[in-house]
Ligand binder design. Structure first.
Ligand code: DGY
Length: 394
């Protein structure tokens, strides 16, 4: 069994379905949704990590749903405990779910929800912020100011790099990678290379149309091209930003050899998952390549940092803030709760869509669609999907 039992805040104690929420969440819309769906909502208190034993104990012998966190170990044993307790869904408060054993959940016939769409722009903006913080040495400048080290304007003080008109490489051109690519291409006129098994025709055609506009106004076109060889991308870019999901195949996608393939003055940004980078190799590379810079939001053994990382001036570090805008974090809570409510009510799953707005109907207005915004194993479980274009009749 686990450590100290968790403390809980109970809302709507007479509710019919018992829903565990493993942390307090921002906003109150998510809670309204669950209460209106006649759920008894038990919310774990405190900021400490939750271990499997504590969660198992909390699930007990009767639990209809869990709304959980990316920091929790939702492997086979915990999912099985949830299923045995009558659990109908595990809903993750995140778009990424590498902490969830999806194969086990599917085997147990347990739907797994996540929160796509609402964090796309917010996370892409954080990646842009890290990019420029690294390029323009913002954290070093901030430290210098606080230490009283700014004595006089000097021509050579903290020189960084201009990115305008350069080349940006995207590893993983899904929703967030696409949004980041557009911000860098449209805002900073950077050419885009992307490494992804799938061709991103929407991004390519958007940037083609944008180039037509640029050309019509007498400006240089921007290009956008899929690259099949990661090393080609790494060697060609001023900035490389990682937006791929973590899996067995993508773990340590960037190691010593890949870092060596990058330009000596390149910038590497990671706002996806820490283990995509071999962090020890990154520390060594940054130590020996002082013009190389990195902007990190995520860490291999989060929240720990690899030895030496915090001592490096050419690395900017923030604590997994990708989705941390108020609007997004409240929206994520709404989506995660809507997944729970829909499964408990036997509602269908929202149609899968590639456009960025596909979950907006859940986030705006007084009511939300009678559907689950996103169940990642819906196809494997044969769950009914709402036809595209209409939830009114659902
Ligand atoms: C996610 O959603 O996967 C982020 O890492 C946290 O928002």
């Amino acid at each position: 069994m686990g450590g100290v039992p968790l403390e809980w805040r109970v809302v709507n104690g007479d509710g019919i379905a018992r829903v565990l929420v493993t942390r307090e969440l921002p906003g109150d819309r998510w809670l309204d949704l669950l209460v209106r769906a006649e759920c008894r909502v038990e919310i774990a208190q405190g900021d400490e990590p939750r271990d499997a034993g504590q969660l198992r104990e909390a699930i007990g012998t009767r639990c209809d749903a869990v709304l959980g966190q990316l920091t929790e170990p939702w492997g086979d044993p915990l999912l099985a405990a949830l299923k045995d307790a009558g659990g109908q869904i595990y809903s993750q408060y995140a778009v990424g779910y590498d902490n969830v054993d999806l194969a086990a959940a599917t085997r147990l016939r347990l739907p797994v929800g996540n929160t796509p769409g609402v964090l796309t722009e917010t996370t892409a903006e954080l990646a842009v912020a890290l990019t420029f913080a690294a390029a323009r040495r913002i954290a070093e400048g901030d430290r210098l100011m606080r230490e009283g080290g700014f004595h006089i304007w000097l021509p050579g003080l903290l020189l960084g790099d201009l990115l305008y008109g350069g080349t940006v490489g995207i590893i993983g051109a899904g929703r967030i990678g696409t949004a980041y690519a557009r911000m860098m291409a449209e805002g900073h006129k950077m050419d885009v290379l992307y490494f992804d098994p799938h061709k991103n025709a929407a991004l390519e055609s958007w940037l083609w149309d944008y180039s037509e506009l640029l050309e019509a106004r007498g400006e240089r076109r921007v290009s956008c091209r899929q690259v099949r060889d990661l090393r080609e991308l790494l060697g060609a870019c001023d900035v490389v930003s990682i937006h791929a999901a973590l899996s067995r195949e993508t773990r340590h996608l960037i190691g010593a050899a890949e870092l060596a393939a990058m330009r000596d003055d390149a910038i590497l940004v990671n706002s996806s998952r820490g283990p995509l980078i071999d962090e020890a190799a990154l520390v060594e590379h940054c130590r020996t390549h002082l013009r190389f810079r990195a902007g990190l939001d995520v860490y291999e053994r989060e929240p720990e940092l690899a030895a030496g990382l915090a001592e490096l001036d050419n690395v900017v570090l923030v604590p997994h803030l990708g989705s941390a805008s108020r609007l997004t974090r409240e929206g994520m809570a709404t989506l995660a709760a809507a997944n729970v409510r829909a499964v408990l009510n036997g509602w269908p799953v929202w149609p899968a869509a590639d456009d960025l707005d596909d979950v907006r109907p859940f986030l705006e207005g007084d009511d939300t669609p009678q559907a689950a915004p996103s169940i990642v194993n819906a196809a494997e479980l044969g769950l009914r999907r709402l036809p595209r274009g209409g939830w009114d009749g659902a």
